[in-house]
Design a protein around this ligand. Sequence first.
Ligand code: PMT
Length: 396
Amino acid sequence: MKNERKVLRNKSILLGITGGVSAYKSIDLIRRLREEGALVTVIMTEAAKHFVTPLSLEVASQNKVFSDLYADTMAHISLPAGADIMVVAPATANTIGKFAHGIADNLLSLSFLSFKGKVVMAPAMNWRMYENPVFRKNLDTLLNLGVIQVGPEKGSLACGEEGIGRMAEVPDIIEATKGALTINDLADENILVTAGPTREYLDPVRFLSNRSSGKMGYALARAALRRGAQVTLISGPSSLPQPKGVKFIPVDAAGDMHSAVNRELVSSTILIMSAAVSDFMPAEKSGEKIDKTGKLFLKLTATPDILSAVAKKKNRPFIVGFAAETGRKLEKARKKLKHKNMDLIVFNDVTEAGSGFDVETNKVVLIDKKKESELPLLNKDDVADAILDRIVELRA
Ligand code: PMT
């Protein structure tokens, strides 16, 4: 896709795999990293070979797999020197302990010592080990030195117990890796993003809503987080996984979204309203399921216009709105920018192929008081970055 911006494209990733059950997930991790254009070189410990074979990793990475310190005598220098980032997944308590104390007794721990870039680490172990004070001290030592931790998750563990210790999911490890390779140009910003549809209930089981999936808003939240912002995501009902690292507030109706926005606004420097807020709601809501008794006439009333209400506030944040139009009605978007007193509006024609609701891509025009820029069809992650680029320019 033209103008596609892939953070991991041509990035050389040194992937350390240590001896944990979740090592099998590293095959999927390698596959996804390569799909993003990264070049992956694996260093595995001897213990990791009990859980995943070097051959599988060689096939997945299409690259030689390293593990023997003495077979490749200079690998502990040459591999780290040629890598943009080091990712260790899974990272066992043993390896984390070695890293924390500078113990360099295998190719991976030696490579960690000679690597000068950023390290992302996905710990995985039994919850008792994860909570052990000796382990915590080792982990803290690494975190204080700038190592980036992703996970672990709570859930059922390989040993059959429940608790914290499951390795982070592959998309979260990829997101953390992208974040580590991205410039933090939004580090001073506190960004409030709204996403998804709202539901306006007629009765306890029926509602009016729209086709928004939340994809555009979630992409914005992830991109802002990657670029160093503090992010709050207020989301209408969506089946998407909650982005890790954001403050997530689920809501249902426009009124709930309005209250949540008002609550979170105090600490926000930027508001991005990508949610498809219902414009109408039933004038009355029945407390019980409405019986089927022939025709039903609905009386609708306007929902609160969240964006306009925020724009009227004295200490308002920088406001980005969207215009979902059916057709190339740019003039309508220009008017919305003005009437709703926004700083930037993102026009999308939701009838255009690959654009708008519930698709992976979007085709938008960014309109502000100084400039209009029409972007090609892009995936929503790239649209999100383009919107954030313009915000950075306008706030410079
Ligand atoms: O979620 P996806 O499936 O990825 O789809 C993305 C999207 C099409 C929903 C998104 O790109 C989009 O266009 N979102 C805004 C949809 C919309 O409500 O547009 P609007 O032109 O009706 O509203 C203009 C602006 O006012 C929007 O920023 C909207 O969030 C805001 N608004 C609208 C109504 C209302 N009561 N309160 C509001 O704040």
